[in-house]
Design a protein around this ligand. Structure first.
Ligand code: SF4
Length: 194
């Protein structure tokens, strides 16, 4: 969130926070972010009505000039989150730098196994450390994730990239922006072919 909102190219005006993440982590980390960047953040579930409620709460805040943290997924998410699960995560994992699609490496943005669990670390046990997953150069998933372009503006959308043959992560899973556009805005494929 800091990387996106702090970018000089940022166009994101609000966040639907991923409810499955917040079910574990809570949303106690969000209020300073909402205040610093003056953006609403609404914890949102995955059912269609959950999404609509999250969008509604976000738009209402934007229309009223508010930038608060809301919870549209209260049946699964609390402010504190799942404390026992957070304790286990902290016990097994530690923060480390991670490379993010279209953004690059963000310090302390990922989880790595703590040294005491090195025996279970695949990067130590197998020769995988040098593997660098590369996305096809045509894929603009990083720009889409930052709100700078829309899926139908990708030249591969619905042509060489489909849910059956995805080129990038945002086409793979159902909640990915490209997969959602493919499912619900198939008409835009025709438009992008013109
Ligand atoms: S349509 Fe496919 S290739 Fe284009 S941005 Fe989305 S995932 Fe990447």
């Amino acid at each position: 969130m800091h990387a996106i909102l702090g970018s000089p190219r940022n166009r994101v005006q609000g966040f639907l926070a991923a409810g499955h993440v917040n079910a574990v982590m809570g949303y106690w980390e969000y209020p300073p972010i909402a205040a610093q960047y003056r953006v609403p953040i609404v914890v949102t579930g995955f059912e269609p009505l959950d999404i609509l409620q999250g969008i509604l709460q976000t738009v209402q805040q934007l229309e009223q000039g508010r930038y608060e943290v809301g919870n549209a997924y209260a049946r699964a998410v609390t402010f504190e989150g799942n404390k026992p699960a957070q304790a286990v995560i902290k016990q097994v994992l530690q923060e480390c730098d991670r490379k993010w699609r279209g953004i690059g490496t963000i310090p302390n943005s990922g989880w790595c196994l703590r040294p005491e669990f090195d025996a279970f670390n695949a990067e130590n046990r197998f020769d995988v450390a040098a593997i660098q997953p590369e996305e096809p150069s045509i894929c603009i998933a990083g720009l889409i994730l930052q709100g700078l372009q829309k899926p139908n503006e990708c030249p591969a959308f619905g042509k060489t990239c489909t849910p059956e043959h995805p080129l990038g992560a945002t086409m793979v899973s159902g909640e990915g922006a490209c997969a959602a556009y493919y499912r619900y805005r198939r008409d835009l494929i025709m438009e992008s072919n013109e």
